[in-house]
Design a protein around this ligand. Structure first.
Ligand code: ZN
Ligand code: ZN
Length: 341
């Protein structure tokens, strides 16, 4: 019986791929120097808050959403010192400041707390499939792997008109739904250019849940959505296709109501990359963050699991992968039977 091959540099690789997620777009640096506070003691305190032990202040601060925590540290230098010493916040600032920047820039910082972010960064598994998730979906702070965020509907942010059409919602229902503001740039491995500035994109899972809550069941929601489309169609068909003032000014083509979802090009759909950033696994302040690695033997495999070049691993999950797909001999998985077991 062949011994299980140890994880070594001959079996895994770090692919240097530019996926054009938000990482590659957002390079502003206003948070980077938060830890570079000069040694001068702060001139002002925090008033009555100072009467509480530091641990209690920290406990309160980690329950604040990221936006409120960021606002708090802008109060003065003492507030900044206290915030940057929060045991859960400091490792994020040190090891993943880009994530905080991204969250603030796409305006999703109101939807989760510092504790939520820390918990997600301390968990290795993709929220959907359990593989190592090398990315964070920033609208609702979910850890996700490449294959899930490029394939699953949960990670395709939707336009306002799409959630209204699909889930039978109106303005009142969508007011509190998690959403992001897009950044213009080139997204997806194909680098597709998106020029539109600050487009609002909604979290599809929250929108779907809201639709089910409003209509009672999935079936009732879908029936309502279909009926609404059928109602709009005759209105569209009865109108001239060109609209405008009688003098011919302001002419525009009247578009038919959308009946189906727009084409989802999955790993080439730029919208799937606008609210996603690479995310390390944090194991505390003093331990180096882990970014995961790819399987060398899976590099030529581009279709489906378990052999897929974009799956990522930690040491333990890689051992499981080798157990499932066979040891790696000369850069290829060799099933156990062929090894004469
Ligand atoms: Zn996954
Ligand atoms: Zn493999």
């Amino acid at each position: 019986m062949a011994a299980i091959q140890k994880t070594s540099e001959s079996t895994y690789i770090f692919l240097n791929i530019s996926d054009n997620t938000l990482d590659d777009i957002d390079r502003s640096s206003h948070l980077d120097n938060q830890l570079n506070l000069n040694s001068q003691p702060p001139r002002y305190g925090l008033g009555t808050l100072e009467k509480l032990p530091l641990e209690i202040i920290h406990l309160g601060l980690i329950q604040l959403d990221i936006q409120s925590l960021t606002d708090f540290q802008r109060v003065n230098k003492r507030a900044r010192l206290i915030t940057t010493s929060i045991p859960q916040y400091k490792p994020i600032l040190i090891h993943a400041p880009a994530l905080l920047r991204g969250i603030l820039n796409i305006q999703t910082a109101r939807y989760f707390t510092c504790q939520d972010l820390y918990n997600t960064l301390s968990t290795a598994e993709c929220d959907t499939c359990g593989d190592f998730g090398g990315y964070l979906y920033l609208i609702t702070c979910r850890r996700v792997c490449f294959l899930c965020f490029t394939e699953q509907t949960d990670y395709l942010p939707l336009l306002r008109q799409d959630i209204i059409r699909k889930f039978g919602l109106d303005s009142k229902h969508i007011a509190s739904l998690p959403r992001m503001k897009s950044f213009p740039g080139c997204y997806s491995p194909r680098g597709i250019k998106c020029r539109r500035r600050r487009q609002t994109l909604f979290d599809p899972s929250a929108a779907r849940r809201a639709g089910i809550a409003v209509h009672g069941t999935i079936e009732a929601m879908e029936t309502y959505a279909t009926e609404m489309i059928l109602k709009k169609l005759p209105v569209y068909q009865s109108r001239p296709s060109l609209c405008g003032r009688p003098d011919g000014s302001g002419m525009h083509v009247l578009r038919p109501p959308r009946v189906e979802d727009p084409f989802d090009a999955q790993c080439c759909n730029p919208r799937r990359f606008m609210g996603v950033m690479r995310a390390p696994l944090l194991r505390g302040m003093m331990v180096a963050p882990e970014w995961g690695f790819h399987c060398l033997a899976c590099k030529p495999h581009h279709y489906g699991r378990p052999l897929h070049w974009r799956r990522m691993y930690m040491v333990d999950s890689f051992r499981d992968h080798v157990g499932e797909c066979g040891e790696i001999v000369e850069g290829k998985h060799v099933p156990r039977m062929k090894l004469g077991e």
